[in-house]
Design a protein around this ligand. Structure first.
Ligand SMILES: [Zn+2]
Length: 217
């Protein structure tokens, strides 16, 4: 199922490969409509002296599983720590990974509508070029249908991922996908990766997939 990322975007007619002038590497894909609109936003930003660079786009189940399992098994350090050594409880381990990474099957990057821009680091966006870029996006991205999905947590977004100043969603497509996700995906669908058993206990659909910036709902 598309919503779970179980497909290869390179084989799909409604996905296109992102031109390398818009990205930091080759071989990334987006849904055509999201891409065409991104190109317009990129042009408008450039006219204002802002360079938007896609650093991640569509990630299917397999690529999200790779990211998740490397963190789960300690191959990728999380906040400087090997989680197999520092956190033995599976639920606690999942919670730490979930600060910034989705479980396979729950990422909006599966949908082909979401992009990460410029740097996967909130500090980058606090000064210099990064600050200029973020300020531009806050003022203009909504004109193109893009929304910052993970804003700081507050009373309207009490749970979920930490703030990600780099993650932007193309709402004309992502909104209906989120509705479909809530209607179709059940916890039995979330399996096939290390630590999958924790998904239900952590209510990842309610607490992560649905816990987004209210402006992106
Ligand atoms: Zn992202």
């Amino acid at each position: 199922m598309y919503l779970l990322g179980k497909f290869d975007p390179a084989q799909e007619n409604n996905f296109v490969e992102i031109d390398s002038k818009y990205a930091n590497r080759q071989g990334m894909f987006l849904r055509s409509e999201a891409y065409e609109t991104f190109v317009k936003m990129h042009t408008a930003a450039l006219e204002d002296g802002v360079q938007l660079t896609i650093v991640s786009a569509t990630r299917n189940f397999e690529s999200q599983k790779y990211i998740w399992e490397r963190k789960w098994s300690g191959k990728t350090l999380v906040e400087g720590k090997n989680l197999t050594k520092s956190v033995s409880d599976p639920v606690e381990r999942a919670k730490i990974i979930l600060r910034f990474s989705s479980m396979p099957g729950t990422s909006r990057h599966h949908w082909g509508t979401d992009i990460d821009l410029n740097a996967l680091n909130n500090d980058y966006f606090l000064k210099g070029e990064g600050k200029k870029t973020y300020t531009w996006l806050k003022e203009n991205a909504s004109d193109f249908g893009f929304c910052q999905t993970y804003t700081p947590k507050n009373s309207t977004r009490p749970s979920g991922y930490e703030e990600e100043k780099w993650h932007w969603s193309y709402l004309p497509l992502a909104r209906p996908f989120l509705v479909q996700y809530t209607q179709k995906v059940i916890y039995d669908d979330l399996k096939g990766f290390l630590g999958w058993e924790t998904a239900k206990e952590l209510c990842v659909i309610e607490n992560y997939v649905l816990s987004i910036n209210t402006e992106c709902r």
